[in-house]
Structures are given as C-alpha cells and as structure tokens.
Ligand binder design. Structure first.
Ligand code: IPM
Ligand code: MN
Length: 350
C-alpha cells in the first residue's frame, strides 16, 4: 500500500515541525511495511510575496486524488491580518468540505497536569467542532469604512444539514469511546438561533440510546474544563467555540506544543495539522515542539486505516512524556525540535 500525502509545510515553524512529523512517518512506515509518497505545496507567505497567489484552485483537484493532507502552520506578520489563514487553512476546510474539526485533549502524565488536585486521567476528552460554517462563514462585511457611521457585520450561519452531520459524527465518536458521553456546548440562551443545535442534538440523541448526553453553555464549559475536566468525554460545538475551547484544552494536555487536530471529511480526503500557529519568533531556531505535528501524523494514519501505526506513535510519545525523556513540552525547553523527532523514532524501534 502506498499512501499519497499532500504536504503544506507553510510559514514560521511549520517546515521544522513538518520535517519531524515526516521523519516519524518514515520510521513507522518502515516498521509497519507500508509506503507513502509526499507532494510538497509551497503555499504560505514566501509564495504569496513572490507570486501574489495564496492558494490556487488547481491544487484542490490534486488533493482529491490523495489520501490525506498534512499541514504545518500558516501566518506571517508581513501579510495582511488573516489573509493567508483564511485562504489557505479555512479555504481548504471549506472547499474540501472538511466539516469536522476533531481535537483530542488528553493529558498523558500527572507531572504535566496543570490543575491543582487533578490527575492526568481526569483529562481525556475530544472536541468535535463544526468546521465549515458558523462565524467563519465569511458572510458579512464593512459598510462606510473609516467613517463615524461605519457598520461591521459578521454572520453566524448554521444550516440544518451542517449541524446535523457534525452532531451525528460526534455521536459516532462518543459511542466508540469507553465513557460514551457527549456534551453539547453552545450559547443558545443568548444566541437564540443556536436553538437549532439544541433541537437537532435532541433528535439525533434518540438514535444513540447507549450515549449519555449533557449540555453546557460555552462560558460555563470553559469554567468546568478547569474545575472538573473529568466531566467531559466527547464535546460537540460550533466552529468559533471549538476553536476557543481547544486552545484552553491544549493547556490541559501540556500546551500548544502537543495539541493536534484533524479536519475530516469522512467520505473524502482529510487534513491534519497541529493546532498551534506559525510562531514566527521561533522560526529557524530548532526550538519548536514537533509533538503536535507528530500527533497529527498519528491521527492521519488512523484516518487512512493504519491503526497499529497510529497506536505505536501514540505509545512512543506517551512513553517519552511519562518517563520525562522529554522533560518540558514548551518551546523554551533546551531540547531541540530535531532531537524530539529522533527520540520518537528511537522509541518506536525499541
Ligand atoms: C485553528 C486556527 C484557525 C481556526 C484559524 C486560523 C482559521 O485558529 O486552526 O485553530 O480558527 O480554526
Ligand atoms: Mn485556533
């Protein structure tokens, strides 16, 4: 079996963490006896500055022929705020209809658990966010810009189809997890149209009697995630809220250096990426933690069906964190980006 993987290394620390992700992919492929081919795409700030192009349409038909996309990070302070992020990250999510954003939040060792009186085992949840509509739909704009009468409008769009498919996906995830518990997080008290989520959630729940359900307003969910993280198993929420609570969640699992995500289209090609950004200040210093990207590679392998390879990567990363061979998960630790990739490969082989 040869998997075809599109690689968008991107900006800042993106290329460095991608190199380590691919290093680990290479090791695990050799062990498990599968092959992969990568095709690099240059999208990001340098390419934009050189050519004026953010992300060409033509790449989409190429991605569709592949098994997965691996993305490093996008964003550069020299470029208009959010232009590259919208056109590349959100562009790929929307165009390929990657309607699920899957973000596991699992704390692997007690010594990295940041909450007093909680243990690693109290933090094991997975956030399923809607990924193609909501507040990121780009519907809206600015009227009478730079005048006293300026009006800024950003719509939140929720479609019945969009809400239902992501809720159904979340129930499917929840039913396969040991605790089988799903929490809907919204703000349907203040944003009344989110009542669509409440109603669809209740309807779909009837098809999953084995899954227990729960609800939390998003503000309270932020509080509970710190106060009682063990209350959460699977969470389903909107695009914007999911983006926010998973940064919070990243800290529960050791920081942005370890948090991975999958942008999933269950019937098509999916994209995997660390949830951190391009961190321009760490670029080229061999300091960034590549574990998030390595974990994204593990998620990619799980999605294409290489479950054993994925489990082996997860076990290696867990071992390195538990044993403190990787003592510090922040980019300020002394350990180098490339050393972490080497350590994961060495652990895989043992
Ligand atoms: C992320 C990012 C993106 C998001 C932005 C850049 C569109 O913050 O992947 O978490 O909000 O989803
Ligand atoms: Mn984010």
């Amino acid at each position: 079996m040869t998997y075809k993987i599109a690689v968008v290394a991107g900006d800042g620390i993106g290329p460095e963490v991608i190199d380590e992700g691919l290093k680990v992919l290479h090791c695990v492929a050799e062990m498990q006896g599968f092959n992969f081919e990568t095709k690099d795409y240059p999208w990001g700030a340098e390419h934009y500055l050189k050519t004026g192009e953010t992300h060409p349409e033509s790449a989409y038909s190429e991605y569709r022929e592949m098994d997965a996309i691996l993305l490093g990070a996008i964003g550069d302070p020299r470029i208009e705020v959010g232009l590259l992020e919208r056109e590349i990250i959100a562009g790929i999510r929307f165009t390929l209809d990657l309607f699920v954003n899957l973000r596991p939040i699992k704390c692997l060792a007690d010594h990295i658990c940041p909450i007093k009186d909680k243990k690693a085992s109290d933090i094991d949840m997975i956030v399923v966010s809607e990924n193609t509509e909501g507040a990121y739909s780009q519907v809206g704009g600015i009227f009478k810009k730079n005048t006293q009468d300026e009006v800024a409008i950003a719509e939140m769009i929720y479609t019945r189809r969009g809400v239902e498919r992501v809720i159904r996906y979340a129930f499917e995830i929840a039913k396969d997890r040991p605790r089988k518990h799903l929490t809907l997080c919204d703000k349907a008290n203040a944003i009344r149209p989110q009542d669509l989520w409440t109603r669809v959630f209740a309807l779909v729940a009837k098809e999953y009697p084995q899954v227990t359900t729960d609800h939390a307003y998003i503000d309270a969910a932020c509080m509970w995630m710190i106060k009682n993280p063990e209350a959460f198993d699977t969470v389903v929420t909107t695009n914007l809220f999911g983006d926010i609570i998973t940064d919070l969640g990243s800290v529960l699992q050791g920081g942005m250096g370890v948090a991975a995500s999958g942008n999933i289209n269950p019937d098509g090609v999916s994209m995997f990426e660390p949830i951190h950004g391009s961190a321009p200040k760490y670029k080229g210093q061999n300091k960034a933690n590549p574990i998030a990207t390595i974990a994204a590679v593990s998620m990619l392998l799980r999605q294409v069906g290489e479950i054993e390879a994925s489990e082996k990567i997860d076990a290696a990363v867990e071992h390195l964190i538990v044993s403190k061979e990787i003592p510090d998960l922040s980019s300020r630790s002394g350990i180098k980006t490339t050393e972490i990739g080497d350590l994961v490969c060495k652990t895989l082989k043992n």
